[in-house]
Design a protein around this ligand. Structure first.
Ligand code: EPZ
Length: 418
């Protein structure tokens, strides 16, 4: 497995272009199965999860062509409705196939999805919503079978504003007879991007971005083209990197509004963050401790929690970080401690006492965001840091080390001899 070797101490300076959003790309790729025809998706990031989704779509019978920044998906001949377990286990997003295939074929069989090891990843809200639309759900031997002769519009109230459940139910409801309401829906920008893609196909969806989404079922959908929104978590990651290395970085291809929770927190910690048009300019200095609690959008994103903790490890003072979304998203803490961070965990809360400097060490990435947090810590640590299991990071960051090197970071990828 590949690893990164990082020598800390260089402030990041320069311009970085943010890629298309992983968590918008993946549901949109799955949603293309709803349409008998060829859709073009642009601003597609080159990520391991995108390549896995391409494999899944091909196995379902779609023709998929992927190029630099785009993919074309021709779902004219979608026939298979069973996703192999090995691919389901590769990533959480494989679950989006359920809503799309149920809407297209009325039948889908999947195993429980994989994804980051950040706590149990149940799909009860997904299944409850699909059942409310009339799907018969059978769970046995680790598989879930959903069948529906006809999907019917329904009033679905989510116990929690689950991003994936909102997106899955939305996809199936597009082909249901009648009107569906999703209440207590997730309001993330990626949900809005999915609505926009589906409406371009001929769906009739209103309300994404609010807590109530109305979907009027339609019978016909038509091929379309779509550009995915910029990745607000990649942007937040580079904003935090600029602030904690006391650098001076300009981010291109961002939607400032989507990064506002992170920008506000960085300003509170003493960084300078200016937004203009499609860019964000971050200037860092020795940061002050701040408290953070993760919440559904527009609250502070849980996907920024590990990176923020790395930043607070060297802030002046004591910070409290509360992780409200996932019950086991502190796996980066032990690795940060190996680098000299002073962090105490009490249930969902982490108390971080800032230190002057971290020290380089050999650390292991356990998931996508925990991994990138260790890279950020390595950028400011004394000496060398070795980050193992970089494949976790490759799932969600396109050319991370190239982008960081272009900003002056001393980082090299050591490829494992295969
Ligand atoms: C999406 O995951 C993102 N992944 C995650 O990003 C992100 O952390 C998460 O939303 C929250 O913003 C993709 O979009 C591919 P949820 P998802 O359903 O849909 C519980 C990354 O780093 N829950 O909103 O799985 C669940 O256990 C990844 O890019 C149920 O209980 O998140 C969790 O505690 C990590 N039952 C909470 O809801 C369900 O049926 C939020 O989960 C579904 C979820």
């Amino acid at each position: 497995m590949d690893r990164f070797i990082i020598t800390g101490g260089t402030p990041l300076k320069g311009t970085v272009r943010i890629a298309g959003a992983k968590n918008a790309t993946l549901p949109i790729m799955a949603a293309s199965l709803l349409c008998p025809g060829s859709c073009q998706i642009h601003e597609v990031p080159d990520l391991r999860d995108v390549r896995v989704m391409c494999e899944i779509l091909k196995l379902m019978g779609a023709q998929v062509e992927r190029g630099k920044g785009y993919c074309q998906i021709d779902a004219w001949n979608v026939a298979s409705c069973e996703v192999p377990e090995n691919l389901m286990r590769e990533m959480r997003s494989s679950i989006f196939i359920m809503g799309a295939l149920l809407g297209r074929l009325g039948r889908v069989k999947v195993s429980y999805p994989g994804g980051c090891a950040i706590g149990p990843r149940p799909i009860d809200l997904h299944l409850k919503g699909l059942a409310a639309l009339g799907a018969k759900i059978t769970e046995k031997h680790g598989y879930v079978l959903a069948e529906a002769k006809e999907l019917r519009g329904s009033d679905v109230h989510l116990d929690f504003p689950s991003v994936g459940a909102t997106e899955n139910i939305m996809m199936a409801a597009v082909r249901a007879r009648g009107i569906t309401f999703i209440r207590n829906a997730a309001k993330e920008p990626e949900v809005v991007d999915l609505q926009n893609f589906l409406n371009k196909m001929g769906a009739k969806i209103r309300g994404a971005g609010t807590d109530t989404i109305k979907i009027e079922g339609v019978t016909d959908l038509y091929p379309t083209n779509h550009s995915v929104i910029p990745d607000r978590i990649e942007a937040g990651t580079f904003m935090v990197a600029a602030a904690m290395t006391q650098g001076d970085v300009y981010l291109e291809n961002v939607i400032a509004e989507h990064t506002e929770p992170v920008a506000a927190k960085l300003r509170e910690a003493g960084a300078e963050v200016e937004t203009s048009g499609e860019g964000i300019h971050v200037t860092g200095r020795r940061l002050k401790a701040v408290d953070v609690k993760t919440l559904p959008y527009p609250g502070y994103p849980t996907d920024m929690q590990p990176q923020t903790m790395a930043m607070l490890s060297i802030a002046e003072g004591t910070s409290v970080v509360i992780e409200n979304i996932f019950i086991n998203r502190f796996k980066h803490v032990d690795e940060l401690r190996r680098m000299g961070a002073q962090i105490k965990i009490e249930g969902r809360a982490a108390v971080i006492r800032g230190v002057e400097r971290l020290s380089g060490a050999c650390v292991e990435a356990s998931d996508l965001r925990a991994g990138v947090a260790l890279v950020l810590a390595g950028l400011v640590a004394d000496g060398q840091t070795l980050v193992e299991h970089v494949h976790h990071i490759d799932r969600g960051y396109e050319d991370l080390e190239k982008k960081l090197k272009k900003l002056g970071a001393q980082i090299e990828r050591i490829q494992e001899v295969r």
